[in-house]
Design a protein around this ligand. Sequence first.
Ligand code: ADP
Ligand code: ADP
Ligand code: ZN
Length: 217
Amino acid sequence: MNLILLGAPGSGKGTQALRLSKEFNIPHISTGDIFREAVLTGTDLGKKAKVFMDKGKLVPDEIVVGIVKERLEKLDAKDGFLLDGFPRTILQAFALKDELAKLDKKLKAVIDIEVGEQELIGRMTGRRVCVDCKKVYHLIFEPPENQDYCDACSGRLIQREDDKIDTVRNRLVIYTEQTKPLIDYYKKEGVLHSINGEQDVENVFKDIITAIKGEYE
Ligand code: ADP
Ligand code: ADP
Ligand code: ZN
C-alpha cells in the first residue's frame, strides 16, 4: 500500500501518519523529520537544509528528490510506504512518478487533509515538540500535563523555530504557490481523496481509513 499525505503545514499530516503507519504496517517517511534529524546531528545535509527551513522556504528539489529516492529503495518500503510532506512541488511529483515507474510501484491514494488558514495558524503556533522522543503536542488540542516537559519521556518541550508566527505566514504563502497545485495534479491522476481535517484526530483518521478502504472495492 503506497500512500501520500498531502496538506498544508499544520494540517495534521504527522499526527495521522503515525496512526496510518501502524494501521497498515508501512514505514512513515517524513522529509521534514529527515531534515530536522540531519540538522540536529549537524551533517552536510542538515547544514544545507537549515538555511531554508529557518526561513520557512522549501529545501531545493534536487536535494529532496535524491533523499526520497534513496529512502524508497530501502527494503522496508518494499511492500508499501507512507509519504508525509513529499512531494511538495510539481517537479517533486514528476520525479516521484518516474521513481515509482522504475520500481514498478503504484500509488494507492493521495490524501489531502483540508484545514482553513486560521486553524492552520493556531495549530502551528500552538505545536510543541519533545526534544528527546519527538512526540508532538498542542498547547490547547493535545496538551501535555506540564507545559514544559514531555508526558512520555520527561524530555523538554520546545516550539519549532519555523512554528513562530512570521515563519508560519511564509510557509502558508509557499504552500499556496508551490504545493496546492498538486491537488489538481493528483485529482487528474484519479487518486486524490479530500478529507475534512477540521475534526478531532479520531474522526479525521476514520475518514482517511474509509477513503482508503473504498479503494479496495
Ligand atoms: P503537520 O505534520 O501537517 O504539520 P501535525 O500533525 O504536526 O501537522 O499537527 C499540527 C499541530 O496540530 C500539532 O500540535 C498537533 O498536535 C495538532 N493537531 C493535529 N491534528 C489535530 C486535530 N485533528 N485537531 C486539533 N489539533 C490537531
Ligand atoms: P510542515 O509542518 O510544514 O508540514 P515539515 O516537517 O513537513 O513541516 O517540513 C518542515 C520544513 O522542511 C519545510 O518548511 C521545508 O523547509 C522542509 N521540507 C520538508 N519537506 C520538504 C519537501 N518535500 N520539499 C522541500 N522542503 C521540504
Ligand atoms: Zn518525549
